[in-house]
Design a protein around this ligand. Structure first.
Ligand code: TMP
Length: 416
């Protein structure tokens, strides 16, 4: 039988063994492994959640790698639930169409294409689209929405078979998946095989500088194996003869960088900033010094203390508290803070796959948004704080009736 997880032996980008632990969030269950109500009595496994810093290339990475089949063969997260993310995808496809010399039906491939949210936008712009998605449930949804999707993990074999059948891709997109990948070298080999010489490889990853600056420690969970700065990314690309042509910064998901890479060393885009500008910024921000990272654990502890004290006080004052967004990061936060259903009565989420399940660890029930009207909580803890604006707009009624929001990150605050 395959091991459930393995320990990280060396840095996945540069191979260095100079790895230093600076954050320990304890043992937590897998953040997207929601529990069916019928299994409420079953115990779940918890795994160490620790972050190491590579002194050579500055990549932060988890100390363990959970078997990807366990994490990604069924996936309850649907990209298209958030309107802000759908708009973000539309902007990305529009920009991609602008930067490539688009022939009739240029091929756009999305790696970890989820429910086809991004490819819908490429399709609108006359790209031929192919999704590659390991989660069977998501591949099925995408197919039913007219997005051709290959149900498998990305690797060089997937690249070869797509290339043989459809030719080279003008665009290969990988949004919010790079951090999930253990073997980044094999991933890049696949991209090299499939990408057209004049095409672009577009990666979006949460920017680790922003995680540090805003105490987003809750975005650390077992799916996120790596936490990227531009420096290690550039090192990876150089190793595979890719050059960074431009980098843009977006607020989505608490701070994201979109990195355009090309096989051509001379490719440069007028959009965004250069890799060198980012490297200077990271150096100035002391992102290449382990000392910078030591404050993350103490900041996480401060947030935990303040959040737990706030919730316990409200509880004592007989205030009813619910949460919004059964996000993976919400589960890191709840479990790290030891918050359960005696404090937060239920979690609202608009994803049908998540409703009528229990959140891992905390065992708080996930329900649809109708419960806000039915149960009339006094406070909503925004676990998906990255979509605070969108969620607050959706819950205007709750707010107009005196409901308040608790935003946990970057610092605990209450909004009337
Ligand atoms: P994420 O922060 O990892 O993208 O997760 C956000 C979660 O919040 C996800 O489970 C979907 C949920 N959500 C809603 O239920 N309604 C909404 O309007 C938004 C924006 C998110």
């Amino acid at each position: 039988m395959k091991e459930v997880y393995k320990s990280l032996k060396e840095c996945r980008i540069c191979g260095s063994k100079n790895l230093y632990k600076y954050l320990d969030l304890g043992k937590t269950p897998l953040a997207n492994h929601l529990i069916e109500l019928k299994n409420a009595d079953k115990k779940e496994d918890a795994f160490p959640l620790e972050v190491l810093y590579c002194k050579n290339c500055s990549l932060s990475q988890l100390s363990i790698v959970v078997e990807p089949e366990i994490l990604f063969s069924y996936y309850p997260y649907r990209s298209s639930v958030s309107k802000s993310f759908r708009e973000h995808c539309a902007e990305m496809a529009a920009k991609a169409a602008e930067i490539i010399e688009m022939n009739e039906n240029g091929l756009a491939v999305d790696i970890a294409s989820n429910d086809g949210c991004l490819l819908q936008e490429f399709k609108k712009r006359n790209f031929k689209t192919i999704g590659v998605e390991p989660a069977k449930n998501l591949a099925k949804i995408a197919e039913s929405n007219g997005i051709e999707t290959i149900n498998r993990f990305w690797d060089s074999e997937a690249a070869k078979s797509i290339s043989a059948k459809y030719g080279k891709a003008k665009i290969i997109a990988a949004t919010n998946v790079f951090a999930h990948v253990d073997d980044l070298n094999e991933f890049m080999e696949g991209v090299k095989i499939l990408l057209d010489n004049s095409g672009f490889f577009i990666v979006e990853v949460p920017y680790f500088h922003d995680l540090m600056a805003n105490n987003e420690f809750d975005t650390i969970y077992h799916e996120h194996l790596s936490y990227f700065l531009v420096k290690p990314l550039q090192q990876l690309y150089k190793k595979h003869n890719f050059a960074i042509a431009g980098i843009e910064k977006y607020p989505i998901h608490g701070g994201t960088i979109r990195v355009y890479a090309s096989k051509s060393p001379k490719a440069s885009l007028s959009t965004g900033r250069s890799a060198n500008e980012f490297l200077d910024f990271e150096r100035k921000e002391k992102m290449y010094m382990i000392e910078t990272y030591q404050k993350l654990e103490s900041n996480a502890k401060k947030i935990k203390k303040k959040l737990v004290e706030t919730l316990i006080k409200l509880n004592k004052d007989n205030k009813k508290i619910a949460a919004y967004g059964a996000s993976a990061k919400g589960n890191t936060l709840l479990n790290y803070c030891g918050i359960g259903s005696s404090i937060v009565e239920f979690i609202v989420d608009d994803t049908p796959e998540k409703q009528n399940h229990l959140a891992p660890g905390s065992r708080i029930k996930i329900v649809d948004s109708g419960f806000i009207e039915k149960e009339k909580p006094d406070y909503l803890l925004l676990l998906a704080w990255n979509f605070a604006k969108e969620i607050m707009k959706k819950t205007e009624n709750f707010r107009n009736n005196g409901g308040k929001y608790i935003i946990p990150i970057p610092d605990v605050r209450i909004i009337q």
